[in-house]
Design a protein around this ligand. Structure first.
Ligand SMILES: [Zn+2]
Length: 428
C-alpha cells in the first residue's frame, strides 16, 4: 500500500524536514517535574532549548533569545511592508511527568496498514479497535515510541511544526508574512508554562499554541479550572484507650467522598460541555486527612456551583462531629479562554482561512482541559489552540501521523499569509 497523500504539495514539501526535526527533538528528555523547584523544573528542557535557539539562529531568525527560565523566543520580521499585527506561535518543550519520558526511541511505521501496531518494548500495543482515530489513519506514516516511554508528540509535534514553518518562510521570502514571534516554553505539563511568560516583552497582538490533536482543530474555548483542598482535622488518641475521644479524620474524609455525586459531575460520567468535581488524591491519618480535588466547567457560574456543592458536602459531614474541624482552600487555576478571545474575532477568522487554504475544514471543539493559551489569553494575549497531529498523550501509546503533522506545519505557513490579508479592524 502506498502512503496516504498529503493535504497539499506544500505539506508534502515540508514533511521530510519536519519528520527529521521531530525525531531529533523527541530523543531529548524534557520531562517536567512537579517536584522541580527551578524554572525550568528539569535541566533536560534547557538541552532542547539550546538546540532550538541554535536552529532558529541557523534558520536566519532575529532576536533569538534563551532566557534564564528556559523560554526560547525569536522574531521573523514581516516582508510585506504593511503593518499587519505581530502574530505569535507557541509550543511547549516539556513532556508529561505521567509516563516515562527518558530514552525515547521513536519508530516510523510507513504506510500504516490499519492493523494492530505491536511495539518492541513493554508489550505495548496500539489497537485500532480501541483507538478509533488511529483506525482512520490507515496509509499514514505513523510515529510511535518503542513502547516503554511516551513519544513526546505533546508537544514536540507543535515545536517541530513551528520550526519547520518559520524556517520555510525565512527561506522563501516571496511568501507573504506579518512579523512572527516564536516562543518555546517550559513546564506546560505542570501548569507553570504561562505564569512566567512575559506577554509585554513578547510583543504580539495575538498568538496560537500548536498543542491540539486532530486536523482542523481550532480551539478558542477551554475549561475554567479551580483546585480545592479539603482538610479535615480530627482528634488523634491511642486506639487502645480511644473510646469516646478519638475523632477519625480519615473516616470523615471518606464520608465526604461518599456523599459527593457519583452518577453525574464526575470525569467518568461527563463529556462535551459538562463539568465535574474530581477528587484525585487523598491522604490521611486519624488526626488529619486531606482531599485534593479539581473542579472544572466551561461556565463560570456553574463552576462556582460545583465548588459550592463540594463545600456544602464537606461542611455537612464535618458538622455532624462537633470536635472535628474543616479547612477549605480554593485556588483558581485557569479561566475559560473564550471570554478573553471573543473580543478579537479576527484571531479565529485568520486561523479558519489558513485551515481552509490547506484544504482542511475547521473543527471548533471546546477543550476539556486548559492550555497555556487559557492563561495567556487572560493575560492579554488572545491565544487559541491549533492541531498538531499527535494522539494518546501522556501515555506509552502516544502516536503521531507524519501526514497530519505536515498539514499543521503547512497551516502555519498559510496562517502567516492569511494575516497579511486580514482587513484592518477599526479601533484595533
Ligand atoms: Zn501539550
Amino acid at each position: 500500500m502506498p502512503s496516504a497523500p498529503y493535504t497539499s504539495p506544500l505539506a508534502e514539501t515540508l514533511a521530510p524536514h519536519l519528520l527529521e526535526r521531530f525525531l531529533r527533538y523527541v530523543r531529548v528528555d524534557t520531562q517536567s517535574s512537579r517536584d522541580g523547584t527551578g524554572s525550568p523544573s528539569t535541566p533536560g528542557q534547557l538541552d532542547l532549548a539550546r538546540i532550538l535557539r541554535d536552529e532558529l539562529v541557523g534558520a536566519g531568525l532575529a532576536d533569538v533569545e534563551l532566557d534564564e527560565h528556559g523560554y526560547v523566543t525569536a522574531t521573523l520580521p514581516s516582508n510585506t511592508g504593511e503593518d499587519a499585527p505581530v502574530v505569535g506561535l507557541l509550543a511547549h518543550m516539556d513532556t508529561s511527568p505521567d509516563a516515562p519520558g527518558a530514552g525515547v526511541e521513536p519508530l516510523v511505521h510507513r504506510a500504516y496498514d490499519g492493523g494492530t501496531i505491536e511495539l518492541p518494548r513493554a508489550g505495548t500495543v496500539l489497537d485500532p479497535e480501541r483507538m478509533p482515530v488511529l483506525a482512520e489513519k490507515a496509509g499514514h506514516d505513523i510515529v510511535t515510541s518503542s513502547g516503554d516511554t511516551l513519544l513526546g508528540a505533546d508537544d514536540k509535534a507543535g515545536v517541530a511544526e513551528i520550526m519547520t514553518a518559520v524556517a520555510h518562510l525565512a527561506a522563501q521570502p516571496e511568501l507573504p508574512r506579518p512579523t512572527l514571534r516564536v516562543a518555546f516554553t517550559p513546564d506546560e505539563e505542570i501548569g507553570r508554562g504561562a505564569g512566567r511568560f512575559d506577554v509585554e516583552r513578547f510583543g504580539a497582538a495575538c498568538a496560537y499554541t500548536l498543542d491540539g490533536s486532530q486536523p482542523g482543530e481550532l480551539q478558542d474555548e477551554t475549561f475554567a479550572g479551580i483546585a480545592v483542598t479539603v482538610t479535615v482535622h480530627g482528634v488523634e488518641v491511642h486506639p487502645g484507650w480511644a473510646k469516646g475521644t478519638l475523632v477519625n479524620a480519615t473516616r470523615l474524609a471518606a464520608r465526604i467522598l461518599a456523599a459527593l455525586p457519583s452518577e453525574e459531575l464526575t470525569p467518568e460520567t461527563t463529556d462535551g460541555r459538562e463539568g465535574f468535581i474530581h477528587p484525585y488524591e487523598i491522604h490521611g491519618t486519624a488526626g488529619r486527612a486531606v482531599i485534593h480535588a479539581i473542579v472544572r466547567d466551561f461556565d463560570d457560574e456553574r463552576l462556582e456551583r460545583h465548588v459550592g456543592l463540594l463545600r456544602r458536602t464537606a461542611e455537612e459531614v464535618v458538622a455532624a462531629e462537633p470536635r472535628a474541624q474543616l479547612e477549605l482552600d480554593v485556588q483558581p487555576q485557569y479561566p475559560n479562554m473564550r471570554r478573553h478571545i471573543e473580543g478579537f474575532p479576527e484571531v479565529v477568522e485568520a486561523a479558519e482561512r489558513a485551515l481552509r487554504a490547506e484544504g482542511i475544514e475547521p473543527v471548533r471543539t471546546p477543550i476539556r482541559g486548559g492550555t497555556d493559551g487559557s492563561l495567556l489569553s487572560a493575560m492579554g494575549l488572545p491565544t487559541p489552540n491549533l492541531f498538531t497531529g499527535g494522539h494518546e498523550y501522556h501515555s506509552v501509546r502516544e502516536w503521531a501521523s507524519v501526514q497530519d503533522m505536515a498539514s499543521a506545519a503547512a497551516t502555519v505557513v498559510r496562517l502567516a499569509e492569511a494575516w497579511t490579508r486580514m482587513p484592518a479592524r477599526a479601533g484595533a
